[in-house]
Design a protein around this ligand. Structure first.
Ligand SMILES: *[C@@H]1O[C@H](CO)[C@@H](O)[C@H](O)[C@H]1NC(C)=O
Ligand SMILES: *[C@@H]1O[C@H](CO)[C@@H](O)[C@H](O)[C@H]1NC(C)=O
Ligand SMILES: *[C@@H]1O[C@H](CO)[C@@H](O)[C@H](O)[C@H]1NC(C)=O
Ligand SMILES: *[C@@H]1O[C@H](CO)[C@@H](O)[C@H](O)[C@H]1NC(C)=O
Length: 293
């Protein structure tokens, strides 16, 4: 295998019953533009917040009873992007809660700062990567729900988000529209994101990432053979394992008794594999600061 494919998809359903919309979402309010000369600072604040959010989200997913003994697969930055895009249209307490959840400190960051920071992040990652990467956000809105044009403009400009109108009362038709869109954007990898939609849905916000990278040092497919994989301390299962002999960067973290392997892609991206002696200890304590060191 000389390529790894990861498709991360995340969907956030905003299922607001008709009639409850309006107070907090989509109202018109001009944000003061104070950020022209300090966009670099906003960018680093937003990046740091996204990192912190990623580990908080991981901890809360890992602690969830439903994920015990299962794999957790998620793209934290996609969640940050989707919620930050949602915050564009939010006001009042809703906006405060979104910012708090995203670890954005409103003393230092306005929504405009956040929008611009994401815009420059997207522009940077688009330039930097030579893999087949596709990521984006889309908003599907019910025909009866009229968002403010400023909301859609900001989504398009800063979050590169597409906006569509659908009729959610026709739930299989609207599900088809969403599934077709995602199928096209993920090169056919995900063809059924939604099964059926609640007919009272007014807005459906999706965020997708498609990533296909080549290893810097490809694995030889002839060396792939079956071996035993320990799912946990007691369970061993046979799986096909890739094999390679080469020098790679490794690191032994003494604080968490964890071995780290750095597998670079043929680009600026890499995969970090962490093998802890004690999973729970690592899960409870790992933070952005540990990964950057
Ligand atoms: C940007 O500048 C304005 C005005 O000088 C200030 O109020 C705001 O806090 C600054 N934002 C950041 C992220 O530094
Ligand atoms: C935001 O920053 C201010 C000033 O540094 C600090 O006093 C406040 O506690 C911060 N708020 C949060 C929620 O971290
Ligand atoms: C790491 O392993 C060593 C040796 O087995 C042990 O003494 C130490 O307590 C462990 N540290 C942690 C944080 O588990
Ligand atoms: C890595 O990328 C470079 C240029 O981007 C290309 O020439 C090279 O063949 C690639 N190597 C592999 C192993 O794909």
């Amino acid at each position: 295998m000389n390529a790894t494919r990861c498709v991360w998809i995340l969907s956030i359903i905003i299922c607001v019953a008709r009639g409850h919309v309006g107070n907090d979402i989509g109202q018109n309010q001009k944000e003061q533009d104070t950020s022209a000369d300090n966009s670099t600072e906003s960018l680093s604040l937003v990046t740091a917040a996204n990192r912190e959010f990623a580990f908080r989200l991981y901890r809360s997913l890992a602690a969830n009873p439903d994920s015990q003994g299962k794999n957790i697969f998620f793209s934290p930055v996609s969640v940050s992007v989707a919620l930050a895009a949602l915050a564009v249209g939010a006001r009042g307490e809703t906006h405060r809660q979104l910012f708090r959840g995203l670890v954005f400190n409103s003393t230092w960051l306005s929504q405009t700062d956040v929008d611009q920071a994401f815009q420059s992040l997207f522009e940077k990652t688009k330039k930097a990567s030579n893999e087949v990467t596709s990521e984006g956000t889309a908003v599907f809105m019910d025909n009866l729900f009229k968002p403010q044009p400023e909301f859609l403009d900001t989504l398009k400009k800063s979050y590169f988000a597409d906006g569509f109108n659908v009729d959610f009362t026709k739930s299989s038709e609207s599900a088809n529209t969403i599934n077709k869109y995602v199928e096209e954007k993920t090169s056919g990898k995900i063809d059924k994101l939604v099964e059926s939609l609640d007919p009272t849905t007014v807005m459906y916000l999706i965020s997708y990432i498609f990533f296909k990278g080549k290893w810097e040092t490809p694995f030889d497919p002839d060396l792939t053979k079956e071996d035993l994989f320990m799912v946990d301390e007691k369970t061993k299962i046979p799986v096909q394992m890739m094999n390679i002999e080469k020098r790679f960067e490794t690191y032994r973290d003494q604080m968490f008794n964890t071995s780290v392997l750095h597998l670079p892609f043929n680009s600026s991206h890499s995969m970090l594999l962490l093998l802890p002696d004690d999973m729970a200890k690592l899960e409870n304590a790992i933070s952005a600061a540990h990964v950057t060191k």
